[in-house]
Write a new protein. Structure first.
Ligand code: COI
Length: 391
């Protein structure tokens, strides 16, 4: 890999080799400001699809947010403008070297007609962490949150009138370095666009089947599995299609010689069971560098800990322990969690040629249903909570 001293000077014309340095300034001083936003409204609003026809991530609203950065000039004024294609240099560093990250968050329209964001600052924090890991520049998280609020406000008619659909928000941050040098980007683009969505999988849908095999590894210690970077997802596709060849829908990602259970597909994973010590427990793998710190994951841990009805643990879970628990009838439920899917029951795990059937009655008696109810009550404003931010 090229170090800075390898960089041909021609490639650096107009660019500051110090790349993402903030010159010691605090993020708030260095960042773009929501108050500086320039808004250009579309003159050609699109027709909105019927909420029942919504396929995840295929419809887009009328406007988007873009904010450009360069090492020489810092952050430019944010722009909210008509939704449209980006124009990128063919050598753009995000296209070649995956210098990129994204977020997934949602806005919900409550029965009261008001639109709410769910724990948006957790997404901002995770985005800042991914940006640091990607060598992209710092920004003020509150300013970005405020810009997202303004964008959603402008396109609020696109937030579905439905208690299962929502408006998916996709903040994205890419290196736009216009040359092939492998280095910290000296130009970058942060953009946010919106997509009205129905339920992706979620509760009420068929439980998912998982192929558990350590042939492919999603994340490793020292890697980027705990950051929301596109490469983590793109690199998972090959395994995903092998799972389909084995008659499963998703991969149950394993790690290490002891085959620790880490994530399922693009979701965090939870096991509700009677553990080895005979205790009722809700367990999910700890944030030890290979797990994405999901907002739904965190919310489930906080809600269930507050109930105080059973043990709630961030701990390692192995395939051997899961298999034994299935054989001994100690598994109550297994489910994935994520912004797109919320909670998604697991019905079967294929492991070493053996199908492990996971209880999933599809009834309200299971924990995933209760969590789905409690979380959607907050998101759609049926329960007052400081987890939501009014738009
Ligand atoms: C999300 O839940 O927001 C995700 O990131 C999943 C997405 C890759 C579809």
């Amino acid at each position: 890999m090229a170090s800075h001293s390898d960089v041909p000077s021609s490639a650096l014309k107009g660019c500051d080799i110090s790349g993402t340095s903030t010159n010691g300034k605090a993020a708030s001083e260095y960042s773009f400001k929501a108050a500086d936003v320039v808004v250009e409204r579309t003159s050609d609003p699109k027709a909105k699809e019927d909420v029942t026809d919504l396929v995840f991530g295929t419809a887009f609203t009328d406007h988007m947010l873009t904010i450009e950065w360069s090492a020489g000039e810092g952050w430019q004024a944010p722009h909210i403008k008509p939704f449209g294609n980006l124009s990128l240099h063919p050598a753009c560093s995000s296209l070649h070297y995956g210098i990129q990250l994204f977020e997934g968050m949602k806005a919900y329209r409550g029965a009261d007609g008001r639109v709410r964001l769910f724990r948006p600052m957790l997404n901002m924090q995770r985005m800042a962490k991914s940006a640091e890991r990607a060598c992209l520049p710092v920004f003020d998280q509150s300013e970005l949150m405020e810009l997202i609020r303004k964008l959603v406000q402008l396109d609020q008619d696109w937030v579905p009138h439905s208690n299962s659909a929502s408006l998916y928000i996709r903040p994205t941050f890419i290196g736009t370095e216009p040359n092939l040098v492998v280095k910290k980007p000296s130009c970058a683009l942060l953009f946010v666009f919106l997509s009205p969505v129905g339920a992706y999988y979620g509760i009420g849908a068929e439980p998912v089947s998982l192929w558990a095999d350590s042939k492919y590894i999603r994340a490793w210690k020292g890697g980027t599995g705990d950051c929301k970077m596109g490469g983590n997802y793109g690199a998972s596709l090959y395994a995903q299609y092998e799972a389909v060849d084995y008659g499963c829908q998703q991969v149950l990602w394993l790690y290490g010689d002891d085959q620790q259970i880490t994530e399922a597909g693009t979701m965090n994973i939870f096991l509700h069971w009677t553990n080895e010590d005979g205790e009722e427990e809700l367990a999910t793998p700890p944030l030890d560098g290979i797990i994405l710190p999901g907002v739904t994951r965190q919310s489930i841990l906080e809600l269930t800990s507050k109930w105080g009805e059973f043990k709630v643990t961030e701990r390692h879970l192995t395939m051997a322990a899961l298999r034994r628990a299935v054989v001994e009838g100690r598994v109550r439920e297994m489910f994935g969690s994520g912004t797109a899917y919320m909670v998604s029951q697991v019905g079967r795990v294929l492991y070493q040629g053996e199908n492990l059937d996971i209880p999933c009655q599809g009834s309200g008696s299971q924990l995933s249903y209760r969590l789905h109810e409690e979380l959607t009550d907050i998101q759609y404003g049926r329960t007052a909570s400081d987890w939501t931010v009014l738009v």
